[in-house]
Ligand binder design. Structure first.
Ligand code: UT7
Length: 331
């Protein structure tokens, strides 16, 4: 009997309506469209407006789109993982609320946090449950309301991030499709380069932390850039080498959308033509846990059964890695 692999069998996504253009940012901080475009590749990003709407709102919308497209009964889902760096609350799992709201009453649910690598790591987790035979339907959602932790007076971060969500269903496959190999890494040396200082157990919220703006994201961009550019390219190259994939064998690179220059460096290292590189950073900016599933959703109609996909991501922590997956369906 052939080995059971874990395939992605459906995707869905959601971005909020409000478009925050570079022009709008010019009115908030000392920046300009030319700087943002040439340094990052970003033209606009989506922002979730409205009182009382958190990351769960984005996640629910993405999951509902997937359910509707696949005509899937939510009661058949056994596990929901919400990959996110911006949960609704610090303690109650966002995934549990999402599961209840979409009617996945037979599922258990939890959150997974690895900054911008959350979805990539989540793919490994979701696939393991399927490969082991323990569950047959695992829904992985990558969702982040980055605008909730962005300081819109800090030009070094507010131009980068946006809000969004994407979802992917993992199911068993007996044709050898789905996740083939993974190379996942982390290094705590990165903790001080990209972080939100306060609100966790190390530095609980206080008047002082609010006054010092420590509930917003801080990034030493230059340092993160150096680590990201090397490690994303290295891990993608390693996955290709380990699986004897030439640049011709790779049909698509699905790179985390942090900076177009990092994406270009990764695809150059892999020897890939631009036409094989998924990109939507110009429209959404960096949506943290949502970048990879948003790309899958945007490019779904171009994907063919058997296509070789290489995912690569880098994020706070540091966390990074690459996954090789064979696409399992024609849409
Ligand atoms: O997703 C998780 C992982 N994150 C990443 O991978 C992000 C990695 N880092 C980056 O993408 C880039 O470092 C940034 C886009 C964040 C910054 O680009 P950079 O080319 O590294 O710029 P820089 O920080 O070296 O700043 C260059 C100059 C500075 O001015 P001086 O010192 O040369 O006079 C900054 O003050 O650009 C200035 N600057 C800006 N100017 C206009 C910084 N931010 C802005 C801005 N608009 N928004």
């Amino acid at each position: 009997m052939s080995k059971t692999t874990a395939a992605i069998t459906a995707v869905g996504s959601y971005v909020p309506d409000f478009v925050m253009t570079n022009k709008i940012l010019e009115t908030l901080v000392d920046t300009n469209d030319e700087w943002i475009t040439t340094r990052t590749g970003i033209k606009e990003r989506r922002i979730l407006k409205g009182e009382g709407l958190g990351t769960s709102y984005l996640a629910i919308k993405a999951a509902e789109q997937l359910l509707e497209k696949r005509k899937l009964d939510p009661k058949d889902i056994e596990l929901i993982i919400v990959a996110t760096a911006t949960p609704d609350m610090m303690v109650a799992a966002t995934a549990a609320y999402v599961a209840s709201e979409i009617g996945a009453t037979n599922a258990f649910a939890y959150d997974l946090q690895a900054a911008c690598s959350s979805f990539l790591y989540g793919m490994s987790t979701a696939a393991s449950y399927i490969e082991s035979g323990r569950y047959k339907k695992v829904l992985l959602i990558g969702a982040d309301k980055m605008s909730s932790i962005i300081d819109y007076t800090d030009r070094t971060t507010c131009i980068i991030f946006g809000d969004g969500a994407g979802a992917a269903l993992f199911e068993p496959n007996n044709e050898g499709l789905g996740l083939q190999d993974e190379y996942l890494r982390s290094d705590g040396v990165g903790r001080n380069f990209l972080k939100m200082d306060a609100g966790g157990s190390l530095l609980p919220a206080s008047e002082e932390t609010v006054k010092n703006r420590q509930h917003f994201i801080y990034q030493d961009g230059k340092s993160v850039f150096k680590f990201a550019v090397t490690n994303m390219a290295d891990s993608a190259a390693k996955i290709m080498e380990r699986n004897n994939l030439s640049h011709e064998d790779v049909d698509w690179l699905i790179p985390h959308q942090a900076n177009k220059r990092i994406i270009d460096a990764t695809s150059n290292r892999m020897g890939l033509d631009d036409s094989k590189v998924m990109m939507n950073i110009q429209r959404y900016g960096n949506t943290t846990s949502a970048t990879l599933p948003l790309l899958l959703s945007d490019y779904e109609s171009q994907l063919k059964k058997g296509d070789n996909l290489v995912f690569a991501a880098f994020g706070g922590g540091f966390t990074w890695g690459s996954i090789y997956l064979k696409w399992a369906y024609n849409s």
